[in-house]
Design a protein around this ligand. Structure first.
Ligand SMILES: CC(C)[C@H](C(=O)O)[C@@H](O)C(=O)O
Ligand code: SF4
Length: 483
């Protein structure tokens, strides 16, 4: 039984401060129920997972409880073509999804960022940019990568369509309190090694299920040194370790990021909020259900070779040999056959057809800067199609203000409008059967980027290195190009 004075994890503090009522449960004698009705402070919506919820609201005769706590944006199915506003009215499936979202939010009077708005972007990029995401809040969205917002010290989680209706109608939801995993990151990242590499290395070492159903808190000096963008990448990828929630305790980096954001508190209110945010950290001695560690000093850039995010290897390594366990060996053979590669080959021998730089994992301005630093003065290799899809229109505008678009286009990259794009292939951006990509997104399952497509996950700098060499390449070994 947790007493008021027992040291608590950040997760537990966020949880406790949002419990409306504990649901009496079937726990063992003397054990506290883990289920509770919790308050949902904020809710993000996109066009793919919400139509059913609005239908349910209508058929149940319910209304939206507090309209200003919701924010909707189309991102998954939208075109990323430069002339998309003139084609958005097409009656294709994607256009219809966006149109339905627009009419649903109009009917229920929910704040909406339409496709032609300068703030449009992937929900998990746009929410933080606007200051909709704040430390200490609960934030829900009908999308698994909602964990991204945990980088701010928010309790952020994906919900299903029926939960989405409940959240719209009540701002509350029954959840089960998750078990906690502490990830201790020690050491310092080397040049060109990023939080994407940390995430892939962690999942590679501990397995795609190492945090199943858990709340993962990333801790250590290395995390404190990371930008908000890097922390968001980590929390985003926590889902690929099976987690429900990713968390980083807020600090001055978080507070500096949020100051002046349009939907964050302003002036004296902001300072009062920041004083509270500074209290949001795990107490010394707080107990986690599991702790895992990774030393970053010797970490190399990572890539995935297979069809699961845990199929990670260092870029200076080889495609691994079959594991001993029979079932694991069968999976390994299946993955290699699908990917069209062989055990033992250096991963840098893998040639790519397509490069995708974008997504809610790595579509922020820092990511584009890292990719542009590699692309600058180089050319996309012959036969390679390379796309840069900013995570939001604000990222796109910032990149243009910095001249990154010119660097990319001069190098032969395609410079697109914002959206999920080839991360999920719900729009026209997709791999053809058998095509192979270097991708900065988060999932490499069979067909994720188009039926029969083959995905190698990596960081933005590594993806840019693949674009200019035509194969998976160690960005650390590319020659410096003088400015
Ligand atoms: C379409 C959406 C519900 C889905 C998710 O839940 O994550 C998508 O964003 C994804 O990344 O696969
Ligand atoms: S960018 Fe990819 S992972 Fe992120 S929300 Fe869109 S589809 Fe999901």
């Amino acid at each position: 039984m947790t007493t008021a004075s027992a040291p608590r994890t950040l997760y537990r503090k966020l949880w406790d401060s949002h419990v409306i009522e504990v649901v009496p449960g079937a726990q063992g004698e003397g054990e506290e129920s883990r289920a509770a009705l919790i308050h949902v402070d904020r809710h993000l919506l996109h066009e793919c997972s919400t139509h059913q919820s609005f239908e349910a609201l209508r058929s149940n005769g319910r209304s939206v409880h507090r309209r200003e706590t919701h924010l909707a944006v189309p991102d998954h199915a939208v075109s990323t073509a430069l002339d998309r506003l003139s084609i958005a009215q097409d009656d294709g499936a994607a256009g219809a999804q966006v149109a339905r979202l627009a009419s649903n939010v109009a009917e229920f009077d929910i704040p909406y960022v339409p496709l032609d708005d300068a703030r449009q972007g992937i929900v998990h990029v746009m929410g933080p940019e606007l200051g909709f995401t704040l430390p200490g809040i609960t934030l829900a969205c009908g999308d698994s990568h909602t964990s991204t917002h945990g980088a701010f010290g928010a309790l952020a989680f994906g919900i299903g369509a029926s939960d989405c209706e409940t959240v719209l109608a009540t701002n509350a939801i029954v959840q089960s309190r998750a078990k906690t995993v502490k990830v201790e990151l020690s050491g310092t990242l080397g040049a060109h090694v990023t939080s994407k590499d940390v995430a892939l290395a962690l999942i590679g070492r501990y397995g795609a299920g190492f945090a199943t159903g858990c709340a993962v808190e990333f801790t250590g000096e290395a995390v404190r040194a990371m930008s908000m963008a890097a922390r968001m990448t980590l929390c985003n990828m926590a889902i690929e370790a099976g987690a429900r929630i990713g968390l980083v305790a807020p600090d001055e980096t978080t507070i500096d990021y949020l100051r002046g954001r349009p939907l964050a508190p302003q002036g004296e209110m902001f300072e009062q909020a920041a004083a509270y945010w500074r209290t949001l950290a795990s107490d010394p001695g707080a107990e986690y259900d599991r702790t895992v560690a990774l030393d970053l000093d010797a970490l190399a850039p990572q890539i995935t070779w297979g069809t699961n995010p845990q199929d990670a290897a260092p870029v200076d390594g080889t495609v691994p040999a079959a594991p001993e366990d029979a079932e694991a060996a069968r999976q390994h053979a299946k993955a290699l056959a699908y990917m069209g590669i062989e055990a033992g080959m250096p991963v840098t021998d893998i040639a790519v057809d397509v490069v995708f730089i974008g997504s809610c994992t790595n579509g922020r301005i820092e990511d584009l800067r890292a990719a542009a630093a590699v692309a600058r003065g180089r050319k996309v290799a012959d036969g390679v199609r390379a796309l840069v899809v900013p995570g939001s229109m604000a990222v796109r505008a910032q990149a243009e203000a910095e001249g990154l678009d010119t660097i990319f286009t001069e190098a032969g990259f395609d410079w697109r409008m914002a959206g999920c794009s080839m991360c999920v292939a719900m729009n026209e951006d997709r791999l053809a059967e058998g095509e192979r990509s270097a991708s900065t997104s988060n999932r490499n399952f069979e067909g994720r980027q188009g039926r029969g497509g083959r995905t190698h996950l990596m960081s933005p700098a590594m993806a840019a290195a693949a674009a200019v060499t035509g194969h998976i390449a160690d960005v650390r070994t590319l020659e410096e190009i003088p400015a």
